[in-house]
Design a protein around this ligand. Structure first.
Ligand code: ADP
Ligand code: MG
Length: 275
């Protein structure tokens, strides 16, 4: 079932002024329930604009964005959209507000006007999902970047959205923090059937998704499974690199080691090399 639809969506910043920037051009796509989609593109390709169009922070100039059949243009429906679709942003420090971790996670459900025992159970469950329950009475400020971002994810989970959008949510983290966040996101998708849209410019991260959508200058240029990583020319034109294992395979190819294209994970590359 398709739960997200963008139909001929265009968005221009500072429309009808001298400072117009066309950020998204005639973008059409649908995303099915339970999907794990990576949205990739070079800096300025329109990824964050798409994230903001999805939760109605921005409204399309042309076309329509619907989530579970509700349009972001309808103010009443927007409330429902935001209960169904949570966004985790790049910088965890800008997303954490309270001085106690559990208070921070409670912020979303409190805004939904839920009863206090319901709030408590949601907060506990959300913190458990990100393996931070034992830290609930601590302060977020002393956490590592990865831990902070996990608390930010818990804050979104406590709203119980069906869809999570992560806008470069790992880009400020060290490799350990990045792995912590990715493991949790993958688990939410596989075990809790959460629909995930992961915005990233790390191709290794994109390779974790079932579907990869590539934006260039606000336009969709590639959309597919692993096959996207064999489109070297198009990716290059979009300012993107192949995932590291595929680059290693290409370099080995230049030295005469013949390997298939599209080796996107270390496991797959290792497998072929040991044949
Ligand atoms: P990405 O997230 O892929 O880096 P963005 O969606 O942030 O891309 O930006 C797409 C384009 O819109 C870029 O050219 C960017 O400079 C421009 N842009 C983004 N935000 C604004 C804004 N608030 N005002 C004007 N231009 C903007
Ligand atoms: Mg961005």
């Amino acid at each position: 079932m398709n739960i997200i639809e963008l139909k001929n969506v265009s968005f221009t910043y500072n429309l009808d002024t001298d400072a117009e920037v066309v950020a998204v051009k005639n973008l059409s796509l649908t995303i099915g329930e339970g999907a794990f989609v990576a949205l990739v593109g070079h800096n300025g390709s329109g990824k964050s604009t798409v994230a903001k169009l999805l939760n109605g922070l921005l409204l399309p100039d042309k076309g329509a964005v619907t989530v579970y059949g509700k349009s972001t243009k309808n103010k009443k429906e927007l409330f429902e959209i935001r209960a169904n679709l949570g966004v985790v942003f790049q910088n965890p420090d800008n997303q954490l507000i309270a001085t106690i971790i559990e208070d921070d996670v409670a912020f979303g459900p409190e805004n939904l006007g839920l009863k206090s025992n319901e709030i408590r159970s949601r907060v506990d469950r959300a913190l458990k999902s990100v393996d931070m329950l034992d830290r609930r009475e601590g302060t977020p400020f002393r956490l590592s970047g990865g831990q902070k971002q996990r608390v930010a994810i818990a804050g979104v989970l406590a709203i119980r959205p069906k869809i999570m959008v992560l806008d470069e949510a790992t880009s400020m983290l060290d490799p350990v923090g990045r792995r912590e966040v990715l493991d949790i996101v993958r688990r939410l998708n596989k075990d809790e059937k959460m629909t995930v849209i992961m915005i990233t410019h790390f191709m290794e991260e994109a390779a974790l998704a079932d579907r990869i959508i590539v934006l260039k200058d606000g336009e969709l240029i590639l959309d597919g499974g692993e096959g996207v990583f064999t489109e070297e020319e198009k990716l290059k034109a979009a300012g993107l690199e192949l995932p590291m294992p595929a680059r290693v395979a290409a370099m080995l190819g230049e030295r005469g080691v013949r390997l298939p294209r599209g080796l996107i994970s270390v496991d797959k590359l290792a497998n072929k090399l040991s044949l």
